[in-house]
Design a protein around this ligand. Sequence first.
Ligand code: G3P
Length: 220
Amino acid sequence: MKFFLDTAVIDEIEEAASWGVLSGVTTNPTLYLRAGGTLAGFHDHLKRICDIVDGPVSGETVGLERAEIVREGEELAAIAPNLVVKVPTMPEGLAATKTLKEKGIDVNMTLCFTVSQALLAARSGARYVSPFIGRFDDISEHGIGHLGDVIKALSNYDFGHPVEVITASVRHPYHVVAAAELGADIATVPFSVLEKLVRHPLTDRGLESFLSDWEKVKNA
Ligand code: G3P
């Protein structure tokens, strides 16, 4: 499984990249706002992220009509070679994805919840399909169950181009573990979840005991 960070915070991206585990980044307008973003600084901020990350960086379009989405997508794709255009799953989004794909621009189709949406996204030319997990849990549905359905359905077909599943709307470490067991290609996670994935109380306890014994060795 590849790990992406779902953030627009530069410090978090630099830290995860320094661990050698960062394969990509996904952003959206909410995350950019949370990172203190301004409209004027949007493209420069994405460029900074693209320079740090050795892998795809998703920048989201906000247009609702196909020509607008394509125009925004072209502008975003011009920022850096590793910029992937994030497009919402909707009819106008499918049409824009088809056009962007024809122009050689990779699309990450987001806000994807169902098998039918994922199949259509892949068929329209999306390079990445992002099923959301946590938002299903929020409405008392089984997000991981839906993810499993999407992975299984997509694996039945050859879309004529590579399609990778990005597990999105990840809120807990167990979402990542379950997604890996289902064979999801990628999980995009907040930095807080990435930190929880690496830590374990038994590791902390083991380290504490090794360090205390090493003190005894030094003093013997
Ligand atoms: O990658 C999409 C993600 O940012 C959405 O997460 O927690 O808002 O459902 P959330």
